[in-house]
Design a protein around this ligand. Sequence first.
Ligand SMILES: NC(=O)c1ccc[n+]([C@@H]2O[C@H](COP(=O)([O-])OP(=O)(O)OC[C@H]3O[C@@H](n4cnc5c(N)ncnc54)[C@H](OP(=O)(O)O)[C@@H]3O)[C@@H](O)[C@H]2O)c1
Length: 299
Amino acid sequence: MTSATGRAGPASNAAAAGTWKLGDRSVNRIGFGAMRLTANADGTPSDRDRAIAVLRRAMDLGVNHIDTAAFYFSPLRSANELINRALAPYPDDLVITSKVGPGKDPSGHWLDMARPDQLRGQVEENLRQLGRDHLDVVNLRRLPSVGSIAEHFGALADLRAAGLIRHLGISAVNGGHLAEATTIAPVVCVQNRYGIGVRTDDPGLLRTCGEQGIAFVPFFAIAGEGGAAGPGGPADQEVRTVARAHGATAAQVRLAWTLQRGPHVLAIPGTGNPDHLAANVAAGALRLSADEMHRLGGE
Ligand SMILES: NC(=O)c1ccc[n+]([C@@H]2O[C@H](COP(=O)([O-])OP(=O)(O)OC[C@H]3O[C@@H](n4cnc5c(N)ncnc54)[C@H](OP(=O)(O)O)[C@@H]3O)[C@@H](O)[C@H]2O)c1
């Protein structure tokens, strides 16, 4: 299939950190998160042409894994619609991962966790917006109100069996949830908040995923404690020191640190800025020493 981006040529920078398999689909470990595409930092809707250009540039840089959700939208922009507009007909090697569970009403107000029987509608919403007949990967994004994920994950497993979804993942979970899910259907990825200085409820989960051949996909790897507000928490002097030593930026060091936590760790940095996109892809070639990893909090 010919892609809308005319992807060609040898430059595949997103492959610099290697690849990982999500089920039967191979992806470069540097991917892209679409959450930041729909709005500027002040909340105003993003420029459509700029967002589309960022997505197409990501393809040119070898990115073949995009993380998205139907609930990533601003008053005038939808991440899924931008992806569809920018990239369809989709390159054969592109893996689009979406997530369901939470939702927003049309005005953008958060809703409670969807009931298991509502997940099909959320999957179909993604299919319509992306213009696809199946989704490559769908994460069940757990909200804290959900203890056991068995019923929700079971509903997604049914949709997988029905051919609407190729592979399943889970998000905002601990090892107990992972164990629960794997008794129901194969899990190809776990997407949790993770990064330098980010406290996690289950520090052993990253390693458990590696042992089971499951991708660990951090979100907020750059934003860190800044979370949805973006970088801007307390300045981390150590990150800046390491960055200076490599002629890199703090954001690049944060990404490189996560990637070096294991070959199964994938990056999905989010940006609407073409320069930041290029810098994030380039971070895949950055190698931190064992001493630097240790100083930054690695083992
Ligand atoms: N499963 C979940 O619950 C969940 C939750 C949140 C996010 N996610 C997914 O994870 C992805 C990553 O999370 P995220 O986008 O919130 O956070 P992130 O990738 O950690 O950081 C994004 C923030 O950092 C800035 N940034 C990006 N690259 C930069 C660079 N090279 N230099 C300086 N600043 C840079 C962005 O602003 P600019 O736009 O100005 O670059 C934005 O403010 C999301 O896009 C989304 O797909 C999943």
